[in-house]
Design a protein around this ligand. Structure first.
Ligand code: TPP
Length: 568
């Protein structure tokens, strides 16, 4: 059938399984917007209020579902507004396809109105990108883009389509498209027999092993294999921020989270381990602290789908480039049972020490603490919501106080640490998982970066619950100023609008919570609203997230909350 480029774009999206896309129109993408009216029964377009929101929504959709999220924007400023979201998706290996309009091919390079070198600008923040200058290549390019976004180590892919290419006509037959063939793009599967032998030897010999479970577990669908490995050989599991939920948090072998604000028990275990089994993680500096003193007594196995991650930050004994699920399935049949009772007891002692220091076990003299809010949200949502946190203290507290039992239910910007991600990503997540309860957990600072999407939430009547943890500060930066800059609070005290009045202006129901006994009511209220709802939790202004490994310090050198009765 003969179709225009604009129609081919939308046909291809449908063939790729896309049902919703997040975008904002403009001159160079107008032909594609014009064509949308024909496809509205199969493709829902969500009109955002800022293109950054579109890229975060596509990312939130992708993280919640594992499917590719799609965002769409016009040339120039529309495309450049996507960049923060693409970089966020890139750092966390999230499959996103972005489609941007470009000025017509003959005007490229003339500084035409709203022309930007979008492929140049997004090169470092995409897994791959394309400028399509011939309508004959459009359909295959889109097919290839989806393939690249979702295979191997997933990531964002951008397709820049000049306006005249959208208007040009050609024959379209999706089923007749060539299969994707990419010389040099090798999809990895299993490990060699030799590597399996080496891994098994190290695991069987180890007395103090620790599994480091990363985001790759869930992306590879290796959750059951992880649990089998841990249970069979009785190996404690420490998780990265994005690895949370890879195994149920309540599982007795899950020690907790690792790194800068991770559980002390995990960090201590890593430092004292004689074997690290790193699965689908990348030894980020927030996870390792000082590399020179990182886990000094351990031998190390590292399995990752991306060979460039191996021996990048931490040199390991057995590097394995492969798909985690496949590799673990090779290991499991030959794995011998182990007990490690002494090692697990030692870890339990560290956990008991942590619970004595826990703010939840302190008398907070009636003050409402952010940790209490988040822990109560967990309690009253039965620990079963999808939470999408923004970046800052509330994000770290979410990771500490909202234990997740299922994969892909704790979404946050880990690698880039993008403030403004949480709220729009929660909208994307809810589109992907309409039957799940979705909470955006955001700070007063980050929420103000993308709060224009309140209008999107209202227009779509999307049922997201927004929890603003309002401490009247850019809290995490204030924390660093308190600890490392002698309390010089430069540019961190924060004026905010009356969030409840703001919600009202958007026609969104809201509630302000100032004491702990209102939290249950706030959750009941949020659940009773069919559509967006905003709850502002006014919390203690100057609290510190403990434990904290200062930037670049040794992983065991944690600042800890004093036990009750101890002086700070
Ligand atoms: C886009 C962006 N700008 C700046 C930062 C640096 N930063 C990290 S946390 C933070 C403070 C966040 O404050 P808020 O959103 O109020 O959350 P809180 O820490 O108080 O929970 C800042 C400014 C960032 N991560 N992202």
């Amino acid at each position: 059938m003969r179709l225009k480029g604009s129609e081919i774009i939308l046909e291809c999206l449908i063939h790729e399984g896309v049902t919703v896309m997040f975008g904002y129109p403009g001159g160079a993408i107008l032909p594609t917007y014009d064509a949308m009216s024909k496809y509205m029964d199969r493709l829902h377009h969500v009109l955002v209020r800022h293109e950054q929101g579109a890229s975060h929504m596509a990312d939130g959709y992708a993280r919640a579902t594992g499917n590719v999220g799609v965002c769409i924007a016009t040339s120039g400023p529309g495309a450049t507004n996507l960049i923060t979201g693409l970089a966020t998706a890139m750092m966390d290996s999230s499959p996103v396809v972005a489609i941007t309009g470009q000025v017509a091919v003959p005007t490229i390079g003339t500084d035409a109105f709203q022309e930007t070198d979008v492929t140049g600008a997004t090169l470092p923040v995409t897994k791959h990108n394309y400028l399509v200058t011939d309508v004959e290549e459009l359909a295959y390019t889109i097919k290839e883009a989806f393939y690249i976004a979702r295979t191997g180590r997933p990531g964002p892919v951008l397709i820049d389509v000049p306006k005249d290419v959208q208007n040009a006509e050609t024959e379209f037959d999706y089923d007749a498209l060539e299969p994707v063939h990419l010389p040099g793009y090798r999809l990895l599967s299993g490990a060699s027999e030799d590597q399996i032998d080496q891994m098994l030897d190290l695991i069987h010999e180890a007395e103090r092993p620790v599994i480091l479970a990363g985001h790759g577990i869930t992306m590879s669908g290796a959750n059951a294999e992880l649990q089998d490995l841990a249970e069979l050989a009785q190996i404690p599991v420490a998780q990265t921020l994005l690895g949370k939920g890879s195994m149920p948090q309540s599982h007795p072998l899950v020690v907790g989270w690792m790194g800068m604000h991770g559980d002390a028990a995990s960090n201590n275990a890593i430092q004292e381990a004689d074997l690290l089994i790193a699965l689908g993680m990348r030894f980020d500096d927030r996870v390792t602290g000082n590399l020179k003193s990182y886990s000094p007594h351990s031998r190390k196995i590292h399995i990752d789908i991306d060979p460039s991650e191996l021996n990048k930050n931490v040199v390991v004994d057995v590097p394995v480039a492969g798909d985690l699920k496949t590799v673990l399935r090779q290991v499991l049949p030959r794995l011998e049972r182990r007990t490690h009772a002494e090692w697990l007891n030692r870890i339990r002692d560290w956990q008991e020490d942590s619970s004595e220091r826990d703010i939840l076990n302190h008398d907070t003299q009636g003050k409402l603490m952010a940790a209490q809010v988040i822990n109560d949200l967990w309690r009253y949502t039965d620990g079963n919501a999808i939470t999408v946190s923004d970046v800052g203290q509330h994000q770290m507290l979410e990771a500490q106080y909202y234990p997740h039992q299922r994969p892909s239910t704790m979404l946050t910007s880990g690698g880039l640490g993008t403030m403004g991600f949480g709220f729009p990503a929660s909208i994307g997540a809810k589109f992907g998982k309409p039957d799940e309860e979705v909470w955006a957990i955001v700070g007063d600072g980050g929420f103000q970066m993308t709060l224009c999407e309140l209008a999107t939430a209202r227009q779509e009547n999307i049922n997201v619950n927004i929890a603003i943890i309002n401490n009247s500060f850019l809290g995490m930066v204030r924390q660093w100023q308190e600890l490392f800059y002698e309390r010089r609070y430069q540019s961190t005290p924060m004026f905010s609008p009356d969030f409840c009045k703001l919600a009202e202006a958007y026609g969104i129901p809201s509630m302000r919570v100032t004491s702990r006994d209102q939290i249950q009511e706030s959750v009941d209220f949020a659940r009773s609203v069919d559509g967006p709802v905003l709850i502002e939790y006014v919390v203690e202004k100057e609290d510190i997230v403990y434990p904290m490994v200062p930037s670049g310090a040794d992983l065991h050198d944690m600042k800890r909350r004093p036990k009750p009765g101890e002086l700070a």
